[in-house]
Design a protein around this ligand. Structure first.
Ligand code: PGA
Ligand code: ZN
Length: 423
């Protein structure tokens, strides 16, 4: 049994300098562990509620003192002394104490910090690495390491909207190890930085996730520059290194139109444009190609591009099992972007993971644009058998803590990286 002795939390700062929550869980066995929650900027409207203080005089309302107090007072008082056999039992207790459908009672940030800290303390008590503990929670053996998809160029909400789409990512498709994948990503990133200097006269200016963010003339220019950078780094685009794109289209969808370029597009026009990109560029994954509430057209998007690229839902699905099941029934996607804090507990995120896998979908396990130096995401992606992992660029310590953890796990386990394209 895992008996909670003490829960406490601290308001810490994320990679944008905004407050977030770090919780510490002490078990009666003496095992103690902490965990921190990340925070998004281009959030889906169906996400669980991140509780903020709303005091405009402090961190422009973004303070997390109420969420911290909810851990220190409500959750500590209700849970200390209680024994749980499993993570699912603890998470159920958290949901009951919150009592709302979107975690607005206590805050998803408060709840998730405790869910994660408990998982880490449990792994310590069991004497197993965190990735092994996550695999045991999921009920599946460790088999592979996720293939990294690494941010190269940024736009949208992560880069001051100088380009409409959010990320162009590098997929080291032929790399056989994590070590090799990161070296490939470094080479392409370095070539892209040279190209940005020549073409845009810009030194390294990085967006929230570390991507390069020059003033691209259009979304398509991001793709063309990425292909050029792959070639300049000495790789064959599409064979050795492919591209993934996070269109994050909800953020430029207004008045039923996609404001991608000078001429606003309807949903069918947007699908045409994405299909053309997939035909002309080596794109293997398209995230949020359509807006989160454009349910009617997602099945058409899947039909048009699903053979060549993953049709990946982020804001569209919000790691929400009910939305995922609806999307499965509608044949609306082929892959889930899993962000634990979109839903707020490990157990619900696992349910999302299972639902996606059961439907034969792929899963990309993802960080947020506001991250901390905590590295649990790497263990989660390995333990839950993520096909891909999306962390950001190989820059900035909040990203590197996860990449470095993946290297450690690779050295420890010698697991192979998931092959791509998968059979
Ligand atoms: P967010 O975006 O963390 O800012 O919400 C990341 C993404 O859209 O993948
Ligand atoms: Zn996204």
């Amino acid at each position: 049994m895992l008996t909670i002795e003490k829960l406490n939390a601290l308001e810490i700062l994320d990679s944008r300098g905004r407050p977030t929550v770090q919780a510490t869980c002490r078990l009666a066995s003496g095992c103690v562990a902490s965990a921190s929650v990340p925070s998004g900027a281009s959030t889906g409207t169906a996400e669980a509620l991140e509780l903020r203080d709303g005091d405009p005089k402090r961190y422009r309302g973004l303070g997390c003192r109420r969420a911290v107090a909810n851990v220190n007072e409500t959750l500590h008082c209700a849970l200390s002394g209680r024994a749980f056999a499993t993570q699912a039992e603890l998470d159920r207790a958290l949901l009951e104490l919150d009592g709302t459908p979107n975690k607005s009672g206590l805050g998803a940030n408060a709840i998730l910090s405790v869910s994660l800290a408990f998982a880490r303390a449990s792994a310590r008590q069991r004497g197993v690495p965190l990735y092994q503990h996550f695999a045991d929670i999921a009920g599946a053996p460790l088999a592979t390491l996720p293939r990294p998809t690494i941010n190269l160029f940024s736009g949208g909400k992560h880069a001051g909207a100088q380009a409409p789409i959010q990320d162009v990512l590098v997929v080291p498709a032929a790399a056989r190890t994590m070590d090799e994948a990161l070296a490939v990503a470094f080479a392409v990133y370095a070539s892209a930085a040279d190209l940005v200097l020549q073409k845009y006269g810009m030194r390294l200016l990085r967006a929230d996730e570390g991507g390069l963010a020059p003033p691209f003339s259009s979304a398509e220019a991001m793709l063309a520059d990425a292909v050029e950078a792959i070639g300049a780094a000495g790789f064959k685009p599409g064979e050795e290194v492919a591209l993934a794109v996070d269109v994050a289209s909800s953020h430029f969808f207004h008045d039923d139109r996609y404001h991608l370029g000078p001429v606003p597009l309807g949903s069918l026009g947007m699908i045409e444009e994405l299909a053309r990109w997939c035909a002309e560029y080596p794109i293997v994954s398209v995230e949020d190609g359509l807006a989160e509430e454009d349910w009617l057209h997602w099945p058409e998007l899947r039909q048009r591009i699903g053979e060549r690229a993953l049709v990946l839902g982020d804001d569209f699905l919000c790691t929400n099992p009910a939305r995922i099941r609806r999307a499965i029934d509608a044949n609306a996607a082929t892959a889930l972007l899993l962000k634990v804090n979109q839903i707020g507990t490990l157990t619900e995120a696992l349910e999302a993971n299972h639902a996606a896998r059961f439907a034969g979908w792929r899963v990309t396990i993802s960080a947020r644009s506001g991250e901390t130096e905590d590295n649990w995401l790497a263990d989660l992606a390995v333990g839950w058998g993520g096909d891909q992992i999306k962390i950001g660029s190989i820059t900035q310590s909040e990203r590197l803590s996860k990449y470095n953890r993946l290297l450690e796990i690779e050295a420890e386990t010698r697991l192979p990286v998931v092959s791509w394209p998968q059979a």
